[in-house]
Design a protein around this ligand. Structure first.
Ligand code: IMP
Length: 429
């Protein structure tokens, strides 16, 4: 079975935990888009051998690496900052996990260069309409890919080709830095030396992952395609321009790995029991005032990558219904239900009102989204803890009603409910 996991909101839906749980059921786990703008947090329970539970934050390597015997790949659709990737590999080694023959990087994945990060930050500083980028060079790296001047992981293994490409890039980029941003030029020698060094260190992992995965499918192996960010950060279907620069929807799993759509069996959407967003952009159901702070602190809503506070709001069923349609989602994994435990009443957005018009479906028009007033359906809160509950029928009746309402409004069944950060705090419906 080949399963794609996608976020149905603006990222940070808790995909890391769901991917970690499903990883035990597959042979291969593949990241297909984004870069180190993403952050997945996984909490591994204490082992019988002793020691407390451990928290791991992954930016590039699939969290499946924590499961012995699985092969983890970074697909061609991902953009890689090799220094960050090496840090992550070394961090794992220190924790006693040694990525070896079970870790592969696509030779076609594009490399984030030092000028990409700088350009991202300088461009953002100049923009009137800021995006709230993570400043990691993601957008400029994807722009070079589309502009056909990008440098790929395979190039780092070939000094002659790398030299040609880097010289060409610096010739143009250093002019832009000087003339547009009044910023100093990047040194060819330093980048050339550093990045060939990264190439040497990563060489053992770099290969043709498309062939590897294709053969795995021919041999009836199961693959989990791990999406980063979320549907509404997708470059095409997200709330443009407040999006990331990759295809965060399920279609990205095909272009980002080279596995054709006909080989995909199922798409699971991960959705938070409320909504969050980091960075700028429209967010119709955003909480106001003190309640925003309370919910942020209850949900520990701070970015795993940048530490930025996340904006929090009520569940927006228009978003999730749209995500179900765009991604072909047949099942949803609902996360962080426990964060709503104490609330007296819970609101669910069922429509938007804009200039006297009622919208019952998501509207891709940024102007409408910016001015949209949410229409809510209020339901009573269950006001009792859910974190210890492991069976659906043991959930409070009001919590079950909330879940049924979300299913009815979004048009997909909820097959998993997460009520805490550890693997054990999960209800399988
Ligand atoms: P970029 O991808 O760093 O250019 O950021 C573009 C937008 O996407 C910003 O609003 C970021 O906050 C947001 N973003 C990027 N990656 C993530 C993520 O993993 N989770 C949530 N938001 C993200």
């Amino acid at each position: 079975m080949n399963i794609i996991i996608v976020g149905t909101q603006w990222g940070d839906e808790g995909k890391g935990k769901i991917i970690d749980i499903l990883s035990s059921q597959v042979d291969y786990i593949v990241r297909y888009q984004g870069g180190n703008n993403a952050g997945h947090t996984v909490v591994v329970p204490a082992s019988p051998a002793g020691g407390g539970s451990k928290e791991y934050i992954f930016h590039l390597i699939p969290s499946g690496i924590l499961h012995p015997g699985k092969t983890c790949c970074i697909g061609n659709g991902v953009v890689i900052d090799p220094a960050v990737l090496l840090q992550e590999i070394n961090g794992l080694k220190k924790a006693g996990i040694r990525p070896g023959g079970n870790f592969k990087i696509s030779c076609l994945a594009h490399v984030i260069m030092p000028y990409h990060g700088k350009l991202d930050q300088l461009r953002e500083a100049k923009r009137a309409n800021k995006i709230g980028t993570t400043g990691r060079g993601i957008g400029p790296c994807y722009a070079d890919k589309i502009n056909r001047c990008g440098i790929r992981m395979g190039d780092l293994l070939n000094p002659k080709i790398f030299k040609e490409k880097l010289l060409d890039n610096l010739k143009e980029k250093n002019e832009i830095f000087k003339k547009v941003y009044d910023y100093q030029a990047f040194s060819f020698n330093k980048i050339y030396k550093d990045y060939l060094g990264f190439g040497r260190e990563l060489a053992e992992y770099i290969c043709d992952t498309q062939k590897l995965l294709s053969k795995a499918i021919a041999n009836k192996k199961d693959i989990l395609f791990e999406g980063a960010q979320g549907t509404f950060l997708d470059i095409d279907f997200g709330t443009y321009p407040f999006v990331t620069s990759s295809s965060a929807t399920s279609a990205g799993a095909c272009t980002g790995t080279g596995i054709p759509p006909v080989k995909m069996d199922k798409v699971i959407g991960v959705t938070k029991a409320y909504t969050t967003r980091v960075g700028e952009g429209p967010f119709p159901t955003e909480f106001a005032g003190e309640f925003q702070k309370i919910m942020r602190s209850r949900g520990k809503e701070f970015g795993a990558t940048t530490g930025r506070p996340r904006r929090c709001g009520w569940f927006d069923s228009l978003l999730v219904k749209e995500a179900v349609s765009i991604n072909g989602i047949s099942e949803l994994a609902l996360t962080k239900l426990d964060i709503l435990d104490e609330l007296k009443a819970i609101e669910v957005c069922v429509a938007y009102k804009y200039k006297g018009k009622l919208f019952k479906e998501f509207v891709p028009d940024p102007e409408v989204l910016k001015g949209a007033r949410p229409v809510y359906r209020q339901i009573p809160g269950w006001q009792s803890p859910t974190a210890h509950i492991s069976q659906y029928k043991r959930l409070p009746a009001k919590a079950r009603s909330y879940i049924s309402l979300l299913e009815a409004l979004s048009g997909a069944d909820i097959s998993m409910i997460s009520v805490g950060s550890s693997r054990a705090e999960t209800i399988f419906v």
